[in-house]
Design a binder for this molecule. Structure first.
Ligand SMILES: Nc1nc2c(ncn2[C@@H]2O[C@H](COP(=O)(O)OP(=O)(O)OP(=O)(O)O)[C@@H](O)[C@H]2O)c(=O)[nH]1
Ligand SMILES: [Mg+2]
Length: 450
């Protein structure tokens, strides 16, 4: 479900049953705006010099295509704009009206986006186009659209640049310099994998699998080898968990050692869920540091999410319990609980996390529905040890790997997937809200080797 409760998906009508796109804005006032503001809105529209003859018509034609083309719609909307000004807002309004998005929800989307631009101090289109497209994709439920998928693939591929240097570029070099798949080739391949933090066991297994494929499929050229290798990499990843929504609130407990990006990841997840129309509450279960509570509060405010806290030093399980009570009472769809990650008191930390789980489960059987381990992609093989530790302590359901944008050690993803068999659900590719991407093993393998 997207952010908008009801939109008319014009593209689903297909070319034969194409309906005429209504021309909004004409004799169809925006219901929620008071008269005065409507007049202002209309006069602002009139000021847009690229009038109905051009962008409106272009956009309408694009909207009538059999499949949605979000990036094409944005190209049309943004073509002659440099900064966020009234023309942008009225054009977005026009897009929403064409899609029959309820007016109140459309203005809410625009208001939130305006606030975000202010918070971030962004003005120029180049600074925010990507975020705008990301929000629209989530709100209009278009994340699976082809344009959007390829945009995200490019992002993933760029994010993995350093890992690619370490892994695929070296494999390319090896394939170029080798005269065949002899013992020396396999030895060197294994070494490249180990150096890229894939892990010893996983590297050995991968090499063995490839040796078998080369033999059985009589692979002789580098291209065929790379294709087979890409398939092998993609197969390592366990299937994504089925998205069954529990009775609300769905509860996510985030765990992980300090500094890995838990709080930022929570903010990004909250942002995604809000954009998808969910009512989200964040709970400050990291009571170890007052700054940790404040940091989460700022993020909650920015994302427009609810927030629950107690004083620093309080029992995290009590925070979780009370936040759950509030979330139940106030009909939240999603509750995400932050936790402290200091490892020097390892046993205590695990006890503390177990207690949070017990308390939640007692109040709402099945909660927390997702115990999400956040790990830092730059810490290489340590990630494998952390995963083992947390999984033994609190049974991890899914893993989020952050900071893949700044590391040459992204190969560790393969090690975790093969050794721990826990699904990786998201990866962090930067510090911005849109930089948390749903993970796909196939895309990862393709991005890594392309
Ligand atoms: N480049 C990059 N930086 C990230 C990413 N995710 C988080 N960070 C940065 O990592 C730093 C630590 O993030 P936090 O979210 O505070 O980490 P934490 O796990 O909550 O840390 P503690 O609360 O101290 O345990 C921040 O500067 C984030 O901006 C990412 O995907 N890429
Ligand atoms: Mg934190």
């Amino acid at each position: 479900m997207g952010f908008f409760s009801k939109i008319k998906k014009l593209w689903k009508t297909g070319p034969e049953t194409e309906e005429a796109v209504p021309t909004p804005g004409e004799g169809q006032p925006v219901e929620t705006l008071p008269e005065e503001e409507q007049a202002v809105a209309q006069s602002l529209r009139a000021e847009d010099t690229r009038e109905a003859g051009d962008w409106k018509q272009e956009l309408q034609l694009s909207l009538q295509q059999a499949s949605p083309r979000l990036s094409a719609w944005l190209d049309i909307i943004l073509e002659d704009l440099e900064y966020a000004d009234h023309r942008l807002w009225s054009r977005l309004e026009f897009l929403f009206e064409s899609l029959e998005v309820p007016a109140a929800e459309a203005s809410d989307f625009i208001a939130r986006f305006k606030k975000w631009l202010l918070d971030m101090d962004y003005e120029h289109i180049s600074e925010f186009r990507s975020e705008l497209q990301y929000r629209l994709a989530l709100a209009l439920d278009l994340e699976d659209e082809e344009d959007e998928r390829s945009r995200l693939f490019i992002k993933l591929s760029n994010g993995l640049n350093k890992t690619k240097e370490q892994l695929s570029k070296r494999i390319d070099g090896l394939l170029l310099s080798s005269s065949g798949f002899d013992a020396g080739f396999w030895e060197e391949l294994e070494e490249i994998l180990i150096l890229a933090d894939v892990g010893f066991q996983t590297s050995t297994t991968l090499v063995e699998r490839m040796q078998r494929r080369v033999r059985e499929e009589k692979i002789s050229d580098p291209e065929a080898f790379k294709e087979a290798f890409q398939q092998e990499l993609a197969q390592i990843f366990p299937a994504q968990p089925k998205k069954i929504k529990p009775a609300p609130p769905e509860v996510i407990l985030t765990v992980g050692v300090n500094g890995v990006g838990k709080t930022t990841t929570i903010a990004k997840l909250a942002h995604r869920a809000q954009m998808q129309g969910q009512k989200v509450m964040l709970a400050a279960g990291d009571t170890f540091r007052a700054a940790g509570i404040e940091q989460l509060e700022i993020w909650a405010e920015r994302a427009g999410a609810g927030f629950y806290k107690k004083d620093a030093g309080s029992d995290p399980a009590a925070v979780a319990f009370e936040a759950m009570q509030a979330a139940l009472k106030e009909n939240y769809d999603l509750l995400i609980i932050d936790t402290a990650g200091r490892l020097h008191t390892q046993t205590n930390l695990m006890q503390e996390l177990k207690k949070i789980k017990r308390v939640l489960n007692k109040m709402s059987p099945g909660a927390p529905h997702r115990t999400m381990l956040v790990v830092d992609g730059t810490s290489g093989q340590n990630v494998v040890a952390q995963t083992r530790l947390f999984n033994e302590g609190v049974e991890v359901d899914e893993i989020v790997i952050t900071k893949l944008d700044g590391t040459a050690k992204g190969g560790v993803i393969l090690g975790i997937a093969m050794e721990q068999k826990i699904p990786i659900t998201f990866v962090g590719l930067g510090e911005k809200m849109e930089d948390l991407r749903p993970f796909s093993g196939e895309d990862f393998a393709r991005a890594l080797l392309s």
